[in-house]
Design a binder for this molecule. Structure first.
Ligand SMILES: Nc1nc2c(c(=O)[nH]1)N[C@H]1C(S)=C(S)[C@@H](COP(=O)(O)O)O[C@H]1N2
Ligand SMILES: [Mo]
Length: 410
């Protein structure tokens, strides 16, 4: 379709569609009825269930998901613009009316133990009226780089075969989850939260697993989690969680629940398929129930180049890339243009913060025509460096090995 639609235009289209849907639903539609779930599927044009345009120069379609092409970051600033930010959807993007939306908190970890039927509620306006905080943070899918288990290590894994484009950095603005939990009456006995999305039930091979929900320890929630209503200075786009999503910095992307509807607050540890059967490491080196639930993302790097980029020989190219880590700041990045035989320190520029990526560059003047492999290896502040081989796990999570990026020089 139209790859040139601005964010504003997409917004306007979405707003109109939202009004149409609300009008079409008739007058009987009270807060207690159909809107209790708050959501209805968006009539997406591209068959993916994603609302925004997915022009082929920015995205690689992957079923209900869309991967950002890394070359689309070339010439961009520090942040990933919303028009090219990857989308990871279990089901279609729901269109939610912020006027009737409520955030509901309930459970025995709150004073007076409000029930799911009679929760503590916050409106969108309530959140907008509270003290705002902002944060620049990456969101990265745990399976980012999964296809490299196969292409680089010859291993079979299951799940969406992402390249390295299931990551993006945005400037998020909203209210600290800690603030809302306190207002809702968080007790000192609460240990776990269960934030749940308003998108439709997720059905996996015929089995209905219910709505997307992933337990979050209270300790992390109180530390740095945001209830975000803005992305890069604009209201969240529908595909990224409008009206409100969690941003759980440095952690596996699944923690950052979009289209947030309710949060159970519990004195007991909580479980859902998203911390038991998914988002743990399974495989020969793991116990049968898998590893502990995954939390922080690992160290990674990517070049702002197409996979199999074509480069002219005997000209100086400046190789650009970005590195990030869930452990903290990236300390330095080394690049190899000879398949790993020799390494040079890349020059970093711009912000260099935890929860965020760092940009780097290195000039390269290729002489020999033919196929080359470009490698980048980042080391973070904890001393964690990207290994040569990523530890195999059947679901292909956390591919953090140095990627061998193919380019052809002619
Ligand atoms: N409600 C809901 N939240 C969700 C998901 C989802 O499908 N439904 N996907 C999760 C996963 S697996 C990831 S990686 C991130 C992706 O966020 P993005 O689509 O804004 O890039 O959202 C997370 N939050
Ligand atoms: Mo994900």
């Amino acid at each position: 379709m139209d790859g040139d639609l601005t964010d504003e235009a997409v917004y306007e289209l979405t707003r109109r569609r939202m009004l149409r849907l609300t009008a079409g639903a008739g007058l009987g539609l009270g807060i207690g009825s159909a809107l209790a779930t708050g959501a209805r599927p968006a009539a997406a044009d591209n068959g993916s269930g994603i609302v925004k345009p997915l022009p082929p120069e920015l995205f690689i379609p992957r079923g209900t998901n869309a991967e950002m092409r890394w070359e689309a970051m070339r010439g961009q600033g520090h942040l990933t613009p919303a028009d090219r930010f990857f989308v990871r959807n279990h089901v279609a993007t729901p269109i939610i009316d912020a006027r009737t939306w409520r955030l509901k908190l309930w459970g025995d970890g709150l004073h007076r133990s409000p029930t799911e039927d009679r929760p503590v509620e916050f409106t969108y306006e309530d959140l907008l009226g509270m003290r705002a905080e902002s944060l620049t943070a990456f969101i990265e899918c745990t399976g980012n780089g999964r296809s490299l288990y196969t292409s680089q290590q010859g291993q079979q894994v299951s799940g969406t075969p992402w390249g390295l484009g299931a990551v993006g950095v945005a400037h998020w603005r909203g209210v600290r989850l800690a603030t809302v939990l306190e207002r809702a009456g968080l007790t000192r006995r609460a240990v776990d939260l269960l934030p749940r999305g308003l998108d439709a039930d997720f059905v996996d091979k015929g089995e209905n697993l219910g709505r997307v929900r992933r337990p979050l320890p209270v300790a992390k929630a109180l530390k740095d989690v945001l209830l975000a209503y803005e992305m890069n200075g604009r209201p969240l786009p529908p595909d990224h969680g409008y009206p409100v999503r969690l941003v759980v910095p440095s952690w596996v992307g699944i923690a950052s629940i979009k289209w947030l509807g309710d949060i159970q607050v519990s004195q007991q540890p909580l479980y859902s398929p998203w911390n038991t059967r998914y988002y743990r490491l399974f495989g020969p080196d793991q116990p049968p129930e898998g590893s502990a639930p995954l939390t922080r993302m690992n160290v990674k790097s990517a070049f702002e180049l197409p996979w199999d980029a074509a480069l002219a020989a005997d000209r100086t190219h400046v190789l650009h890339g970005r590195s990030w880590s869930g452990n903290g700041r990236v300390r330095h990045v080394a690049v190899s243009v000879d398949g790993g035989a020799s390494w040079q320190r890349a020059r970093t520029r711009g912000p260099h913060h935890a929860r965020d990526w760092v940009r780097w560059e290195l000039p390269w003047r290729p002489r020999a025509a033919g196929r080359h492999e470009l490698l980048a290896r980042a080391v973070d502040e904890t001393g964690a460096a990207q290994p040569d081989v990523a530890p195999y796990n059947t679901l292909g999570y956390l591919f953090g090995a140095v990627a061998r990026h193919p380019v052809t020089v002619s």
